[in-house]
Design a protein around this ligand. Structure first.
Ligand code: GUN
Length: 289
């Protein structure tokens, strides 16, 4: 048996169609501002992809490509100006940041109402209290994808491998909020296979190519592969993208997200949906003042 493929494209299109219909009811197109420091190739490519998609669906997108040597004070000053600018609805600072900048200080500085990444401690707290408004894009996009394909979450045994603050931890929180029974495993988990074999829903966000092999997956389980690893092609050829899950897992799983084309499109779509939601909440907040 080969697993059903959970492609991100159609689910992302559905999410974006909902978001753009809502955006059309706002007085002006929502504006997303992205800040990137330095020229890390992955960050350049991610920000370009988000910017292109935002424009395609009719949002306003502005990218600040700042030098790697930008000081923390300069970055905080720019964020303060964007916080105060009513035409800016969403602010995203692409991570990782250069080592001379404290990530937590920067994430604290973004107005939580414009925090379309859901990384501000206030939004992290809201998520764990079960009152999420702006939710981190990859985890929220994964839940949309599962719902789109009718994969049940409530009552399922979910195992999340990886505990990053961008994916693993918030994904565990959202799954818990949706009544899954959640286990979080990570690089220090002994006998990882014994834990992952328990999963009805296995989500892997580690950044290690082919960490999950068929023997680690319960037959029929749903597997969500968040890994995007650049590896050299056969014989040292052109770099290829591959996930954290070995391709042979598709022979065991009941459903699986491909890499590329699975979770990736969901992250971008959710970011744009968050930008629309932020704009809606800000418009309501202004009306109440
Ligand atoms: N770097 C890798 N993933 C992300 C993300 O979702 N948001 C931001 N801001 N930076 C990232």
């Amino acid at each position: 048996m080969t697993a059903r493929l959970l492609r991100g494209g159609p689910a992302a299109d559905a999410l974006l169609a909902e978001a753009t219909a809502r955006a059309a009811r706002l007085p002006a197109p929502p504006q997303l501002v992205m800040l990137r420091l330095g020229e890390d190739p992955a960050s350049v490519s991610y920000v370009r992809g988000k910017d292109r998609r935002a424009r395609e669906v009719g949002l306003k997108s502005t990218v600040y490509a700042l030098p790697e040597t930008t000081s923390q004070a300069e970055l905080l000053d720019l964020i303060a100006r964007l916080n105060a600018d009513d035409t800016v609805n969403g602010i995203l600072v692409q991570l990782p940041l250069p080592l001379h900048i404290q990530e937590q200080t920067v994430l604290h500085a973004i107005d939580p109402r414009k925090d379309v990444d859901g990384f501000h401690p206030l939004n992290v707290g809201e998520l764990w209290s079960g009152r999420p408004a702006l939710r981190p894009c990859t985890p929220a996009g994964i839940l949309y994808l599962l719902d789109h394909y009718g994969i049940p979450v409530a009552g399922q045994r979910a195992v999340v491998v990886g505990r990053s603050s961008i994916v693993g931890r918030p994904l565990a929180g959202l799954l818990l909020h949706r009544d899954a029974t959640v286990t979080v495993a990570h690089s220090r988990t002994p006998d990882l296979g014994a834990v992952t074999r328990e999963a009805d829903l296995l989500c892997v966000a580690v950044g290690q190519p082919h960490l999950i092999t068929p023997d680690m997956v319960r037959p029929g389980a749903t597997v969500v592969d968040v890994g995007i690893n650049r590896v050299l092609g056969e014989g040292g050829g052109k770099a290829q993208l591959t996930g954290d899950v070995a391709p042979e897992v598709a022979q065991v799983a009941g459903a699986i997200t491909p890499v590329p084309g699975g979770v990736g499109p969901m992250t971008i779509a959710q970011l744009l949906a968050n930008t629309v939601l932020a704009a809606e909440l800000q418009a309501k907040g202004r009306a109440a003042r």
